[in-house]
Structures are given as structure tokens and as C-alpha cells.
Design a protein around this ligand. Structure first.
Ligand code: ZN
Length: 263
């Protein structure tokens, strides 16, 4: 039996076990952790962190693990560092992939796990399935010391509506830059120029990959898509609305832009 030592990512659907100490992910030899008698033989190494194995185990139901508490992934964003938050997302996406790819989408036979990469294969017809990753863009549109921020319908009900950057999923056959232009046009009625890639963030809700762009306003009047947005406005750098929480790439982009405004 292989040594079961490392960082333990216990997941159950969209929940993860977080402990109150240290980096907040259980660490050590499974025999030394105060966990109940469960079958840990199915634990799988899926990554490494600080030179040690990351082991994931998806549990069929939430059980008292003798330590810590079960939290939804979204809640852990403010508790874990960015690397561990992404690893929890990775563990959950692996579990979701295995749960939702049990049968071949082409011929209907059972799929089997391949052992050299994360994939499920049909031994009958040869079809192979990989975890689904949905690329999307997020774009912060600025015009001098003003920034365009939108309140999405899904954020509208909160007491303090969150205003954030424009975002949307990439469609089949599109480049990321084409998505930036299309989403901006569709959601705000504006045209942009000087579209610049900045960085990316995996976003496990449930399987996105966000590519972040900065863009300059080119032309047009704000004319929002009311199916997606409740409001969109130009905000002065000195008077910003309620922003998305730290840890989101949207907040990082806004902070990055602000830091350049004060220089
Ligand atoms: Zn098949």
C-alpha cells in the first residue's frame, strides 16, 4: 500500500473539509489524523503543494470527520490562499468529472478510467472523455480615470448590489479577443479598443477558466442587455460602488487599474 501522507482534500459535492489551524487543509499521515474509520484506499494523488502530495477523497455524504468543518467552496475563497483555493477547485472538478462521465456519450457502454492522465475511455468504441473546462472572458473597460462596471441580475437582490467587470463564455469557433468584443457589444452596447490580455484564473463554479482583459472605451452609448444586467455605469476612480470580494479576478483587475490611477 502506498504511503498516505500529504495534504488532504476531503470533498463532498461542492463542500470541502477545512480545519481552523495553519493553512486550513488537513496535512499529515492519514493514520495520525483524528479522522473516523473510513476507506481511505480510494484517495488519489492529484497534485502537489509545497513539495508534498495533494490527496483527494470524495465522500458520498457529509460525515463528522473529527476535525474542522465542511464549507462550500465559495466560502473558502476568503480563508485559503489562492493556490490552495485553486487546488480545492481542482479536487472538486475531478470528482464532478468522474461522477458525470460513467457512460460513453457515443455508444452508451460503461467508461473506464485511464491511468496515465485524467480521462475516461470507452473500450468498446475508443471514445475518450476529459474534464470539461469552459473558457470565459472578463474585461475591465476604462476611459481615462473612469471605469465601466455593471450590476448583474444575479447580484441584484443583495442589499449592496455588486458592480463588476463585463464577463461571458467563449462560444465555439471564437478567439478570446472576439469574445471580448462580442460580450462588450451585447451586454453594454459599447465598442472597445486596445484589448490587452492580463492573466487568468481557474474558476470552479463549476468548471470555468477566466481570461482577464483590459480594454479602452472606443465608442457608443451604454445600452445594456436587460436579460443579463440590471445596470451599468461609468464610475470615477475616486467614487467606486460595492465591488466583488477579494480573491476574485474582477477585484484584482479593479485594484490593478486603481493602483495605476494614483501613480
Ligand atoms: Zn463508446
Amino acid at each position: 500500500m502506498t504511503k498516505q501522507f500529504g495534504w488532504w482534500f476531503f470533498t463532498c459535492g461542492n463542500q470541502v473539509l477545512v480545519i481552523p489551524q495553519g493553512e486550513r487543509i488537513p496535512y499529515g499521515d492519514i493514520d495520525d489524523l483524528p479522522v473516523p474509520m473510513l476507506d481511505f484506499s480510494a484517495a488519489e494523488r492529484f497534485a502537489s503543494y509545497k513539495g508534498e502530495a495533494c490527496l483527494r477523497l470524495e465522500l458520498p455524504e457529509v460525515v463528522d470527520m473529527g476535525m474542522g468543518e465542511w464549507l462550500e467552496l465559495r466560502t473558502t475563497m476568503s480563508l485559503l490562499n489562492a493556490a490552495l483555493f485553486n487546488l480545492v477547485g481542482k479536487a472538486q472538478q475531478f470528482a464532478l468529472f468522474l461522477q458525470t462521465h460513467k457512460f460513453c456519450g457515443r455508444c452508451g457502454n460503461a467508461l473506464v478510467r485511464v491511468d496515465w492522465e485524467l480521462a475516461m475511455q470507452c473500450d468498446h468504441c475508443g471514445f475518450r472523455a476529459y474534464p470539461r473546462i469552459s473558457p470565459s472572458i472578463i474585461v475591465l473597460i476604462t476611459d481615462g480615470n473612469k471605469v465601466l462596471l455593471a450590476n448583474h441580475r444575479r447580484h441584484q437582490k443583495q442589499d449592496m448590489p455588486i458592480y463588476t467587470a463585463i464577463a461571458g463564455f467563449v462560444e465555439a469557433g471564437e478567439t478570446l479577443e472576439q469574445t471580448v468584443h462580442r460580450e462588450t457589444r451585447e451586454e453594454t452596447g459599447l465598442k472597445v479598443k486596445n484589448v490587452q490580455y492580463w492573466k487568468s484564473q481557474p474558476w470552479a463554479f463549476p468548471h470555468s477558466l477566466m481570461a482577464a482583459y483590459f480594454a479602452d472605451y472606443a465608442e457608443g452609448e451604454i445600452n445594456i442587455d436587460r436579460r443579463e444586467l440590471a445596470d451599468a455605469q461609468w464610475f470615477d476612480a475616486s467614487v467606486l460602488p460595492h465591488l466583488p470580494p477579494p480573491g476574485t479576478i474582477a477585484r484584482d483587475m479593479i485594484n490593478h487599474w486603481l493602483s495605476q490611477q494614483t501613480e
